[in-house]
Structure formats: C-alpha cells, structure tokens
Design a protein around this ligand. Structure first.
Ligand code: ADP
Ligand code: MG
Ligand code: MG
Length: 339
C-alpha cells in the first residue's frame, strides 16, 4: 500500500522561500508508485494553508497570508504515515514542529526535538560539540537584555576575541543577520542587526586566515553514514545570502580537492557531531579548513539543509551514487524505522 506523506514547507523563518524551493523538488521526486504526497505550505504568519492555496504558494515560491491556525487538524486527523518537515530555521528546524509531530504520534523525517533544538542554536551546538572534543573557533554568547542594559560588557567580549570577528543570530540560517565585523567601529551595527532577529547572539573569532569551506552530508539514524566531502568556492568576502542564492556566485567541487586524510577527518568529525547532537535522518555538517596549517574546525550542523536538486546535500550523496529520488525515499524509510 502507498504511504501517505505530509510535506510541510514555507514557514515563519527568514528561509521561507528557500524551503518552498526545496519542497517543489522533493514533491516532484518522491516516487508516485510508493507515496501519496500532500504538500501543505505554512504562511509567513505560521498558518497552515489548505491544498489549493498550497499549490498556489508552491508555484509563487512564497505564502504571504491565509490558512488555518489549527495545526493539529492537519497533522493528526488525516492519518498520514509520515511527515517531511522541509522547513528551515526557527519554527520549523528548531524542534518546535518536531514537538508537535511527536505529540501527534506521527513519524517524521529528520532529527527529533533534542537534536533539532540543540543543532539550531549555534551556541548550544558549540557547547555540546566542545564536550565531544570537536575543534571549533573561539566564541562568546550575548543575550538581548545584556545588549540593552550593559552594552560595554558585550563590546568587551568582542574585544577578547579580536577583530575581524563574526556576529550571528544564534538561531538562523542562510547567513541571514550575519556580519563580518572588521573593527570596533562596525560592532554596534552588527549587534543591533543580530539582536533584531534573535534574543541570543553568538560572537565568533574568525579563523586565522580565510578558510576553505567544506561540507559533508550525514544520512542515517543510529548507524549513520557520511557522504563524500564537497567544497564551496566564491569571490565574496564570506558565504553570505546573496552568494548562496544567486545563480553562478558559488562553485561546488565534489569531491573537494583536499588530501585524503583531511577528507577522512572531516567525515569522522561529522559522524561524531551527528551522534553527539542526537541527530537523526539527515544533517549537513560544515567545516572550515585552513590549508596552511592543516587545521580543521567544525562551523555548524544543519539538520534540514537546502534540498533542491542543485543543493549541496543531495549533490553530495549523488556523488556517492544515491540519486535524488532514492535519497528522499531513503529519508522517509528512516523516518519510519524503529529506533
Ligand atoms: P548560517 O547558518 O547562516 O549558514 P554560518 O555560521 O554557516 O551561518 O556562517 C555563514 C558564513 O559566514 C560561513 O559559511 C562563512 O563563509 C562565514 N563565517 C562564519 N563564521 C566564520 C568564522 N568564524 N570564520 C570565518 N568565516 C566565518
Ligand atoms: Mg546554518
Ligand atoms: Mg552555514
């Protein structure tokens, strides 16, 4: 019998449009002889759209308004076998939707509440991965209230790290709200921007020199496998939103032209991180590689990475011989697997 799949896309985060793009690809690729897929778009206000409006939203690439506030009705009443929450960022990738689905008793693709929440927050991720012995850059946390009540103390934390440094909302993706801060004069604007998007902000030391950026896919539940390693190259100062989503701005190299032992280390570290964070299903783990010193630091873990046909994660497994349709099928199987 065909499995009934609910495909969730859109959502309230800054990555709304990216999610709808990924969903279009996944919808087209899930084999129709095995799956009966219902796409449901979530508007920017967090309302779940009925099927006709969803079709419109998928075509437009955005769901501005409309829909139903009663999430549970969609999630539980209609007897889905599994949900594919193809959502990025807060209210989607951060454990919230995963909690709803857990309560509703429906299996879903990807990490559960714990893995999603910890991996979404760049500070929590760093704390957990530090205790797993994974190399990372130096960092400091600041919360919004500190920035409004004792800005000098927050500025002092930045000074400890030295310039240039990166300022990031702790719970976002796609480089939304991230600034590279070259000196003290740029710091306040960067913090204002990051705090306008998140209550928690991470300050990060920059790697010793401009890093090479490596990404690796992880697939599986309690016995995960790692993909070949990929590399991104681009002209921009860092991998910002424009570079990520403007055609032709970044080059993807798979496999990354790096020494064999570095690739091996990347894949091992990615699997260690996946386990330490209690991830499931899939994750894309991103690294900085300093060619001169051979140093490798883990940058971040994305539990619901971009998923169009040309996104890095599917391409990485494509290079390992797993086609896009097989990959999404495998993800649904993993969601249904006993753990
Ligand atoms: P996001 O989750 O939005 O992708 P990242 O933490 O991956 O955020 O940062 C986006 C990009 O900013 C990285 O891909 C890299 O180009 C640059 N970057 C971020 N942190 C650092 C750092 N500590 N040192 C050097 N480059 C960085
Ligand atoms: Mg990210
Ligand atoms: Mg990133």
């Amino acid at each position: 019998m065909k499995k009934r799949i609910l495909l969730l896309a859109g959502g309230q985060s800054g990555e709304h449009e990216v999610s709808l793009m990924s969903a279009r690809s996944v919808l087209a690729a899930l084999p129709r002889d095995q799956f009966d897929v219902t796409p449901v778009a979530i508007s920017k206000q967090g309302r779940w759209l009925p099927p006709t409006d969803t079709r419109q939203a998928l075509e437009n690439g955005s769901a501005e308004s409309g829909g139903d506030l009663v999430l549970h009705r969609v999630a539980s009443a209609e007897g889905y076998d599994a949900v594919f929450p193809l959502l990025h960022g807060p209210m989607g990738e951060d454990g919230t939707v995963q909690g709803l689905l857990t309560l509703a008793g429906i299996p879903f693709v990807g990490s559960g509440v714990l893995g999603s929440a910890v991996s979404m927050d760049k500070v929590m991720t760093k704390q957990v991965l530090a205790s797993a012995g994974i190399p990372q850059v130096a960092w400091r946390l600041a919360v919004r209230r500190e920035w409004s009540s004792d800005a000098d103390d927050v500025r002092a934390r930045a000074a400890e790290l030295g310039f240039p440094l990166f300022v990031k909302p702790a719970n976002l993706g796609s480089s939304v709200g991230i600034s590279k801060v070259h000196g003290p004069g740029e710091l306040d604007a960067a913090l204002d921007l990051a705090f306008s998007l998140d209550r928690r902000v991470i300050l990060e030391a920059m790697t010793a020199s401009r890093p090479r950026e490596l990404e690796v896919g992880v697939l599986g539940n309690d016995a995960p496998i790692a993909s070949p390693v990929g590399e991104l190259r681009f002209a921009a100062e860092f991998y910002d939103y424009e570079t990520k989503y403007t055609e032709g701005r970044a080059e993807v190299h798979i496999p990354a032209p790096i020494p064999e032992d570095v690739a091996l280390r990347v894949r091992e570290l990615a699997l260690t991180a996946f386990r330490a964070l209690d991830c499931a299903g899939l994750a894309r783990v991103d690294f900085f590689y300093l060619e001169d010193s051979g140093e490798l630091v883990l940058n971040e873990v994305n539990t619901m990475p971009g998923f169009t046909q040309t996104s890095m994660y599917p391409k990485l497994f494509g290079a390992a011989g797993l086609g896009y349709s097989e990959l999404v099928t495998r993800l649904v199987e993993l969601a249904l697997e006993e753990r």
